[in-house]
Design a binder for this molecule. Structure first.
Ligand SMILES: O=C(O)/C=C/C(=O)CC(=O)CC(=O)O
Ligand SMILES: [Ca+2]
Ligand SMILES: [Mg+2]
Length: 431
């Protein structure tokens, strides 16, 4: 039996008492007040998911429920983002988790038996709008699945040396664009740009003809480090609050033409979608597993005492316009990452570069070894050389109206720790 809450948690829910992911939301204006109401929308505030409900941490905090030494007088839950809480670090995160886990448990009367506090603090998920959980100052995207690196190398550079020489020595990354990171559910406008020349013709300009998704997860940075002071790899996990799902939308025709020699630019900066609930490393602890063996051994600043990943099954579905149901296109797993998130973070800071609370570190596309576990259409259709069939409609790359849905759920023996979904629909390019 899993832990029991007084809030009803459906059996298949991603959000039982063992999970307690953090996000930021605002209550949707109630239908009674919508017509003719010009009052400003309610302000954003932090929340935790439990079953089909959201626990409003601003209400709970104002009611004095956080009485531990670190959170007692803190205003961290009276903020429109989680940044202040992220900065406080793991001891405060643990204190918050144990306070909330106790508060929501079946045999704890404080909230269970207080009807007015329950009414104010527990909102049905259908009545809230989820927002970005943190102010993201910087976004970096790694390239840490060996299967993905090999397939991309084959497709873009040919079969001789598909994996670059440096790849086995360091976690390769590029600096992404934080301004275009959006919350799940936000539409993505098909980008326009320069595509690579075909045969002898000049480069093409227009709507991308090779729009793709990339199945990724991303770490949300906690305290971060001072400029000039690297984080040791053995302390790196203390700088990671938790994980979200991430879709690094990619225009392959723009990317293939522009990326030499400085890496991705406009082929990716038009939008990156993240899921709203940050699942903490504490909640993921039961799903720790060995990470792939590293050969050659990494340099000592990247050598981990515990070289571990998490066993997080991932799925991508696509719902074409007019289809009633989405079709599954791939199943992968976070455990395939060759470079761990701790190694990524240590490498990112080794030159003294500072990370700040709320920074987003994408893992890179998570492809597995099988043909059914590839993390993007570029690989699944081998750059449009073959097609996928989605319940009768063929896909090489994404079409206008396609809704791309990522989901992930760790299955424990008697409980789930899930991530909900990360979705986005493709809108036509501007005329
Ligand atoms: O191999 C390449 O040239 C490029 C590959 C990517 O597009 C990957 C990227 O954005 C990083 C990743 O998601 O793994
Ligand atoms: Ca990527
Ligand atoms: Mg992107």
């Amino acid at each position: 039996m899993g832990l029991k809450s007084f809030v009803e948690v459906p059996r298949e829910s991603h959000f039982p008492l063992e999970n307690l992911p953090f996000g930021v939301f605002r209550p949707k204006p109630s239908s009674a007040t919508v017509a003719g109401d010009s009052s400003p929308p309610p302000p954003p505030r932090p929340g935790v998911a439990i079953g089909d409900f959201v626990l409003d941490l601003s209400v709970i905090s104002a009611a004095g429920v956080f009485d531990g030494p670190l959170l007692k007088n803190s205003k961290c839950f009276l903020q429109p983002s989680l940044n202040m809480f992220l900065e406080m670090g793991r001891p405060a995160w643990k204190e918050a988790r144990s306070t909330i886990q106790k508060l929501l448990s079946a045999d704890e009367p404080t909230l269970r038996d207080n009807a007015s506090l329950r009414e104010m603090s527990l909102l049905p998920m259908s009545e809230v709008q989820m927002l970005l959980p943190a102010v993201i100052g910087d976004y970096t995207d790694f390239f840490s699945s060996m299967y993905h690196a090999k397939n991309c190398g084959n497709i873009f550079r040919g079969p001789e040396n598909p994996i670059p020489l440096n790849w086995f020595h360091l976690p390769i990354a590029y600096h992404g664009r934080a301004s275009s990171v959006v919350i799940s559910g936000t539409d993505i406008i098909r980008p326009r740009g320069q595509g690579h020349p075909m045969a002898n013709s000049p480069p093409y300009f227009g709507p991308s003809q090779k729009l793709d998704f990339e199945l990724e997860m991303a770490a949300i940075v906690g305290p971060g480090n001072e400029l000039g002071k690297p984080v040791d790899v053995s302390d790196a996990a203390d700088h990671i609050f938790g994980l979200v799902l991430m879709n690094d939308w990619s225009a392959r025709d723009i990317q293939a033409w522009e990326y030499v020699p400085l890496g991705p630019f406009l082929g990716k900066s038009f939008g990156t979608t993240i899921s709203p609930w940050i699942v903490t490393l504490e909640a993921l602890e039961p799903f720790v597993c060995d990470a792939p063996k590293q050969e050659p051994q990494p340099l000592s600043y990247l050598a981990e005492k515990k070289h571990v990943n998490y066993d997080i099954p991932l799925e991508v579905w696509i719902k074409p316009a007019g289809h009633e149901h989405p079709s599954i296109v791939t199943k992968s797993n976070f455990k395939h990452l060759y470079w761990t998130i701790a190694q990524q973070l240590a490498h990112h800071t080794v030159n003294g570069c500072n990370l700040r609370p709320g920074d987003l570190l994408g893992t890179g596309t998570i492809s597995g070894p099988e043909s059914e576990s590839l993390g993007c259409l570029l690989e699944l259709t081998w750059n449009a050389q073959r097609s996928l069939t989605l319940n009768g409609s063929d896909r090489k790359f994404l079409e206008d109206g396609d809704e791309v849905i990522f989901t992930a759920c760790c299955k424990g023996r008697d409980f789930n720790v899930g991530f909900g979904t990360c979705t986005g629909k493709v809108l036509p390019a501007l005329p």
